[in-house]
Design a protein around this ligand. Sequence first.
Ligand code: ACO
Length: 157
Amino acid sequence: FEFLQVLCMHECKHLILEACNLLNSEWPRSKSARLQSLFMSCDKFPTSLVLVLNDFQVVGHVKLSEITVGGPDVMIESVIIHKEHRGKGWGKMLMEDAEEYIRRRGKKMLYLSTRGQEGFYEKLGYEVCMPILYYGVALEPSPEPDTKFRVPTKCKY
Ligand code: ACO
């Protein structure tokens, strides 16, 4: 019997170490940097959503961040499903929940960047688009943004 829930990280802080370990199993990084990012999760943005199996195991994660403070666009990053549970449709389910989450908050566009999982996102309806500016934190709106980072992006809607 498998009971799956999508929860906000800040609503299940007791699972934060589990989420950290899941992310580090795929993309090794310092534990403190990971935890800091997960602790930032809040009701607006950034938000980490976790897929929880049977109330105690973190088996998936996505992070949603505004691209510009208060703006209509959201970046989705660190999309992961636990190795043992890939290919069961859980990644799709988590992405659809993330899309619903941003829709409910009045956001219009979801962007992401991938090298290697193009097929997964194409299945979900994402299209290749022009690169966007994304700094890893939401930018204050500015009439003339500079161009430090450009990422190849896919978007939906
Ligand atoms: N290429 C083509 N199709 C794919 C791929 C792929 N790489 N991966 C999944 N699919 C298809 C599946 O066959 C399925 O198709 P169907 O609906 O016709 O049956 C559909 O996409 C949904 O697949 P899921 O089973 O929901 O995918 P899964 O749960 O395995 O999650 C994920 C996919 C998240 C990419 C997983 O493989 C993973 O965690 N990989 C390692 C981490 C990673 O690379 N994450 C993406 C980083 S990019 C970013 O974060 C923006």
